[in-house]
Design a protein around this ligand. Structure first.
Ligand code: SF4
Length: 339
C-alpha cells in the first residue's frame, strides 16, 4: 500500500469532550474519546475500525467527516485539510464523503417517501438534472436490491435490512468516493448482515468505493476488510491487513478480541488471551499503556511508559512494549497476572 497515494490521511486526530459542572458550568473534566490517532485510507479499500464500546471508533468516523468538530489534528481528503475548510466548502466536499448509521430509520424523515428522501439528497448536492431524478432513484433502488415499486412507499413499510439498503441508496445518490459505515450492520440479524455486507462488497467492486467500516465485532469485519485498525481507549492498539491480523495478531488486546470469536478450524486457533473487566473510563484514562489495567502480560514499565507504534512489517504495526525486539512468541510468553 505504501507506494499508493492515500485518499484520506488522518494525522494526530483528537476528539476531547469537556464535562461541565457547578453553578458556572466550568469544565471539570475531559473525555478523551479519540486521543492522537494517525492512519491512511487508500482508494478502493475497506479499512475497518474495531474495538469494544467506548473505544472511540464511531467518534473517529464522525470526527473525520466533521459531524463532530475535532479538538485537533489534520484530516486530508484528496489533498485538502478538511479541518481547515470553511463550512461552505465543507458542505460541497461532503458530496464525496457519506455516512451510513446503525439505525437509518432515525435519520429518515418518516413523512417522506423513498423518492423524496433520495431526491432531497440529490438536490442539496445538485446531482443529476431535476427531470431525470425519478429515473435515477429507480436505478439506485435497483442497485441496492430493491424494486421500482418501492419508490413511493414510506420508511416504516420496510424491514430493518431494507431500510439499511435505502440508507445505502441515499449515500450513493450523491456519487461519493468514501462511505463511513458506522455500525451499519450491527443491529441486523446474522443472515441479513451477510446480505448487506455482500451488497456493500458488490457496490465497491462496481463503483470503486472506499469504505471505513466501524464495528465492534472482529468476526463481522473479517469478510469485508482489507485492513483493520484495533482501537482501545481512543488510541490505536494495532493496525494491519486482515490476513495478518487474523493469522498472527500481535497486540494482547487484538488477541483477546480474537479469542472470543469462533474459528472454523480449531487447529488454526493460537493461544487464547483472556479479556477480563471493563474498558476503563476515558476520563483520566490509565497512564502508560492504556491496556495495562487488563493486560495479562503487563510489565512494570507498562504503567508509566506509553508504547510507540512499532512497525513489524508493511502489513502490521503494534503499540506494545513486547514487540520492541520483534514479533511476540505467545506460546513462550509467561502470563504475569492471574486473570
Ligand atoms: Fe500489555 Fe504492556 Fe504491551 Fe500494554 S505495553 S499491551 S500492558 S505488555
Amino acid at each position: 500500500m505504501s507506494d499508493r497515494q492515500p485518499l484520506l490521511r488522518v494525522k494526530e486526530l483528537r476528539q476531547y469532550f469537556p464535562i461541565r459542572g457547578g453553578v458556572l458550568g466550568r469544565v471539570q473534566n475531559v473525555v478523551k474519546a479519540v486521543d492522537g490517532i494517525t492512519f491512511d485510507v487508500y482508494p478502493g479499500e475497506t479499512l475497518s475500525i474495531v474495538g469494544e464500546s467506548g473505544c472511540g471508533k464511531s467518534t473517529t468516523g464522525r470526527s473525520i467527516l466533521r459531524l463532530q468538530e475535532p479538538t485537533s489534528g489534520e484530516v486530508y481528503f484528496d489533498g485538502d485539510n478538511l479541518l481547515e475548510l470553511p463550512r461552505s466548502a465543507l458542505r460541497h466536499r461532503r458530496r464525496d464523503m457519506q455516512i451510513i448509521f446503525q439505525d437509518p430509520y432515525s435519520s429518515f424523515n418518516p413523512r417522506q417517501t423513498i423518492s423524496q428522501l433520495l431526491n432531497e439528497a440529490m438536490s442539496i448536492q445538485n446531482v443529476v438534472d431535476k427531470p431525470r431524478r425519478r429515473e435515477r432513484v429507480i436505478e439506485l433502488l435497483e442497485m441496492v436490491g430493491l424494486k421500482a415499486e418501492h419508490i413511493d412507499r414510506y420508511p416504516h413499510e420496510f424491514s430493518g435490512g431494507q431500510r439499511q439498503r435505502i440508507a445505502i441508496a441515499r449515500a450513493l445518490s450523491v456519487e461519493p468516493k468514501l462511505i463511513v459505515c458506522d455500525e451499519a450492520v450491527s443491529s441486523l440479524d446474522v443472515s441479513v448482515q451477510a446480505q448487506v455486507i455482500n451488497l456493500l462488497k458488490k457496490l465497491q467492486r462496481e463503483l470503486g468505493l472506499t469504505y471505513i467500516f466501524v464495528a465492534h465485532d472482529l468476526g463481522v469485519v473479517r469478510h469485508i476488510s482489507d485492513r483493520i485498525i484495533v482501537m482501545y481507549l481512543g488510541q490505536i492498539a494495532e493496525i494491519g491487513d486482515t490476513r495478518t491480523i487474523f493469522r498472527n495478531p500481535q497486540h494482547p488486546y487484538t488477541r483477546a478480541l480474537l479469542s472470543s470469536i469462533p474459528i472454523p478450524d480449531p487447529k488454526q486457533r493460537s493461544r487464547p488471551v483472556p479479556l477480563v473487566g471493563d474498558v476503563p473510563s476515558p476520563i483520566n484514562p490509565p497512564a502508560g499503556c492504556p491496556f495495562h489495567t487488563r493486560c495479562p502480560f503487563v510489565m512494570e514499565r507498562c504503567a508509566a511508559d506509553k508504547p510507540a507504534q512499532h512497525v513489524l512489517s508493511d502489513h502490521q504495526s503494534v503499540a506494545c512494549h513486547l514487540v520492541e525486539d520483534g514479533p511476540i512468541d505467545y506460546d513462550a510468553l509467561p502470563v504475569t497476572v492471574t486473570v
